[in-house]
Design a protein around this ligand. Structure first.
Ligand SMILES: CC(=O)SCCNC(=O)CCNC(=O)[C@H](O)C(C)(C)COP(=O)(O)OP(=O)(O)OC[C@H]1O[C@@H](n2cnc3c(N)ncnc32)[C@H](O)[C@@H]1OP(=O)(O)O
Ligand SMILES: CC(C)C(=O)C(=O)O
Length: 433
């Protein structure tokens, strides 16, 4: 049964003088949390107002400066939540709150109403542009799809003039990932022409990987191609909104940044529709582990995640990069031996550069200790066994005893089919010494 033949390969991009593979990241992009919109719309039981307020406070504490708070025209809860944040003065002056709106007049007006009184807002207009959306969902021609976007721009410009606070305009050709590049460019350039961004009034062009269907290198090609072809680029910030349908959202985001994206929209732990949005925790740590300021208070990450998961009901998978409970733990002997030697070397040195094998970052950076970096079972060797006895109990196991002790530990663990706790290890050592 050849069911794969109903799928078509993703088109590649003819990109002359491709630049992004030669670029290197030196700063982290601007982060935008869409937890309260994308993340919320993916929960079976969307958050209520009190939960959203707590979540918003956590995002602020973690260091987000741009937070998409709602789709306020979609429900009374979303609208009332916006009002609570503003009426109760819960938005710090250096935080911009954003909303998402379709290109429908009543929705745009309602969205402005939801944000009246806020100091800095981001009005995010979207309309789908891919052929399956144009032809099947909207039944409109390309010209009519452009007109739909432009109708939204005109209304937003008018409403923005009356608005008391700062308004940043963001446009997403939604389903950009399935849109022919030439058409995505045409829509985007029409929107840019209509909004006419300037140095003082810049705009954001967000190019979402709405349904991730290509490998990250192709997404990067598409971003670089758009960056090189859009008009008035000096006054347009390129943003990306990667989804994770192929499990590559983090890679897509990083390569898109190399290709010129300055801003990344995503969620904590990648919550979002289907396989989720890009996980901003992993992304931030990826920059951090390259010596780049992650622009989020990552020292607090465990506390932040405890509070976030209590609200969303999601959990942190134990192998989640950087923050899972098993990330700084090795069971296998040769890894343990290398960690033991690497830790010794690190402690003896100036401690300025982290270079311990198998540990992606120093666990202490996020408040974890070294005790769990080695755990003992039948896969462990003498390096791990002697490390625990030394670190936890201060015991230097004599060389001549190490092989026998390790063999005993392996046998017991094998027979029980279980890990050996530190206390059990101590008892085994006592029994044979
Ligand atoms: C990729 C993303 O995450 S985009 C964000 C998606 N988020 C949401 O949809 C959450 C909030 N949405 C809602 O509460 C509702 O869908 C509403 C209030 C926006 C609209 O509700 P309804 O009027 O009941 O329509 P419905 O939900 O079926 O949406 C489809 C209609 O919206 C239109 N539409 C969809 N997107 C847009 C858009 N960006 N601009 C203009 N019209 C749009 C469709 O063409 C369709 O119109 P039709 O009824 O004339 O065929
Ligand atoms: C509205 C856009 C940015 C979106 O959420 C998506 O394309 O996934």
């Amino acid at each position: 049964m050849c069911t794969h033949i109903k799928y078509k390969p993703y088109p590649t991009v003819k990109l002359e003088n491709r630049e992004w593979p030669n670029n290197t990241a030196t700063v982290a992009p601007r982060w935008v949390s869409t937890d309260l919109r994308d993340g919320n719309q993916a929960l079976a039981n969307p958050m209520g107002i009190e939960q959203k307020i707590s979540y918003f406070k956590i995002l602020v504490e973690f260091g987000f400066k741009e937070i998409e708070i709602a789709y306020p025209s979609a429900s009374q809860t979303e609208f009332d939540f916006c009002r609570r944040l503003i009426d109760e003065d819960l938005i710090p002056d250096d935080v911009t709150v954003g909303i998402l709106t379709p290109s429908i007049e009543r929705h745009i007006k309602r969205s402005f109403e939801a944000l009246q009184g806020a100091k800095h807002i981001n009005m995010h207009l979207y309309n789908p542009t891919a052929s399956n959306q144009r032809e099947v969902v909207f039944n409109r021609s390309k010209k009519e799809i452009i007109d739909l976007a432009l109708e939204g721009v005109v209304i937003i410009k008018k409403e923005a003039e009356k608005f008391k606070g700062d308004v940043v305009f963001e446009y997403s050709p939604e389903s950009f990932s399935q849109t022919e590049l030439e058409f995505a460019l045409e829509v985007s350039n029409e929107v840019i022409k209509a909004y006419a961004p300037t140095y003082k009034k810049p705009m954001i062009l967000n190019l979402p990987n709405t349904l991730e269907a290509s490998s990250p290198n192709i997404y990067a090609d598409r971003i670089e191609w758009m960056r090189k072809n859009i008009n008035n680029i000096e006054n347009v910030t390129i943003s990306v909104h990667p989804h994770n349908d192929r499990g590559c959202a983090v890679a897509s985001a990083e390569l898109a940044v190399l290709a010129g994206a300055q801003r990344v929209e995503g969620t904590i732990l990648g919550n979002g529709e289907r396989a989720g949005n890009v996980d901003l925790i992993t992304l931030a740590f990826n920059y951090y582990s390259q010596g780049i300021d992650p622009r989020l208070d990552i020292k607090k990450v465990d506390d932040i995640l405890n509070r976030v998961t209590a609200i969303s009901g999601l959990s942190v998978q134990e192998r989640h990069p950087y923050v899972g409970s098993m990330i700084y733990t090795a069971f296998s002997g040769t890894h343990q031996d290398a960690i033991k030697k690497g830790m010794h070397h690190y402690k003896q040195g100036d401690k300025k550069t982290w270079n311990v094998p198998y540990l992606p970052i120093d666990p202490q950076d996020i408040g974890r200790d070294y005790k769990n970096s080695i755990r003992i079972n039948s896969q462990s060797g003498k390096g791990g066994v002697t490390y625990i006895l030394k670190e936890v109990f201060g015991i230097d196991v004599p060389n001549e005893m190490q092989a026998k002790l390790t063999q005993e530990v392996k046998t017991i663990s094998q027979e029980r089919g279980k890990e050996i706790s530190n206390e059990e290890l101590f008892d085994i050592y006592k029994n044979i010494s």
